[in-house]
Design a protein around this ligand. Structure first.
Ligand SMILES: Cc1cc2nc3c(=O)[nH]c(=O)nc-3n(C[C@H](O)[C@H](O)[C@H](O)COP(=O)(O)O)c2cc1C
Length: 369
């Protein structure tokens, strides 16, 4: 019996997928793919299988091409070997009764030449994002990237289409486009980082163009009901990602255009900073509240929610489902713990990225404790 106080426990349809609950596992880079081909392995199959009771699993950010890499030991989905590795993951999750989308993301200027065989990272304009990149020899300052020409843009769009075809081959239930934080997509959206004078810069419509081209390429390679996108419209003050006068209007334009595309969902991540005094102040801390009326499809909210605040946001009509990140690291049975009102285990930040099964596969379920 459905309990109106706990809509997170109700089923929902996302595009072509039926979910048994609205508790979604957000994408989390864990950097356990420590092999030269960046092929997912048995560790990842076990990790995601342990979390199969989530309404939907969104994988860690995954490279759609060699040149999109920006972090060590993160898997790709641009070779057949990688697709075969992911097949082990999707089979394990499906056998355990779960559903899984792959998150595809291009790092753009947040990468570093050390991760790209010496090549410069790609960006809309040659502007250093002012961040630290995690390279094989530790954290290094980002560099001035190479401004993409039109052939770079066309190739990037096509790389997402190819990765989407491999995602079907690998047995995924769908694809999420990574559009958050300091990756390539937001770099196009912020007017101080996108100084282009062609069709990809200069106005909200032009700055959002590449995002819609990528979405349309992914949809064209599969189906709109198999595609979601994650955006962080409250991002400002991270490196040189500083919202300007037009940034909010650009996100509003983009989300309005996405609204027409009948995607499986739009996921919105909340700000990591206090927005008071910034150009994004109107968004507040729950960005879904601002965008709900601008998006007609299924909306997933993410960022800092508990079982109580997630249920409240859905009850108040501002979202349809909630994606949980960090709580899923240390609570593989997060759905059962929420449902049965069991305490949550804390996670160890030291083992978030890299290493072995420690801090990855060894968090017990509540009933195993
Ligand atoms: C270890 C770690 C890795 C993350 N990696 C990604 C990623 O690859 N892609 C992504 O979209 N978000 C990533 N995130 C952000 C989460 O998906 C989520 O948006 C964020 O943790 C906020 O949700 P929460 O408050 O429930 O943790 C990561 C978060 C953590 C803690």
């Amino acid at each position: 019996m459905s309990n109106p106080n706990y809509p997170l426990l109700d089923p929902i349809r996302l595009g072509e997928i039926e979910l048994p609950n609205r508790i979604i596992m957000a994408s989390m880079t864990r950097a356990r793919t420590d092999n030269p081909g960046l092929v997912p392995n048995v560790l990842q199959a076990q990790y995601y299988e342990q979390r199969a009771s989530a309404g939907l699993i969104l994988t860690e950010g995954t490279w759609p091409s060699r040149e999109s890499a920006g972090f060590i030991s993160v898997p790709g989905l641009y070779t057949q070997q990688q697709a075969d590795g992911w097949r082990k993951v999707t089979d394990a999750v499906h056998a355990a009764g779960g559903r899984i989308f792959v998150q595809l993301g291009h790092t753009g200027s947040s990468s570093h030449p050390d991760l790209l065989d010496g090549d410069l990272p790609l960006a809309p304009s040659a502007i250093n994002p002012g961040l630290k990149a995690f390279t094989p020899s530790g954290f290094k300052d980002t560099v001035v990237p190479r401004a993409m020409d039109l052939s770079d843009i066309a190739r990037t769009v096509e790389d997402y289409a190819k990765a989407t075809r491999l995602a079907q081959d690998a047995g995924f239930d769908g694809v999420e486009l990574h559009g958050i934080n300091t990756f390539l997509i937001p770099t196009f959206l912020y007017e101080n980082l996108n100084r282009r004078t062609d069709n990809y810069g200069g106005s909200s419509e032009n700055r959002a163009r590449i995002v819609l081209e990528i979405v349309d390429a992914i949809v064209g390679s599969w189906a709109s009901g198999r595609v979601g996108i994650k955006l962080s419209p409250g991002l400002t003050g991270v490196g040189n990602f500083i919202a300007g006068n037009e940034t909010l209007a650009t996100f509003e334009y983009l989300i309005g255009q996405l609204s027409r595309r009948h995607l499986a969902y739009l996921q919105l991540m909340n700000p990591v900073n206090d927005l008071t005094g910034t150009h994004l102040e109107v968004l507040g801390q729950d960005v879904a509240k601002h965008f709900r009326e601008r998006y007609s499809g299924t909306l997933i909210a993410n960022g800092g929610y508990t079982f109580e605040t997630g249920n409240a946001l859905i009850r108040d009509g501002f979202a349809d489902a909630i994606a949980y990140g960090a709580p899923f690291i240390s609570n593989p049975d997060l759905v059962e713990r929420f449902r049965d009102n069991l305490p949550l285990s804390p996670s160890d930040r030291d083992t978030y990225y890299g290493g072995s099964e420690v801090g990855y596969l060894d968090y017990p379920t509540a009933d195993a404790k």
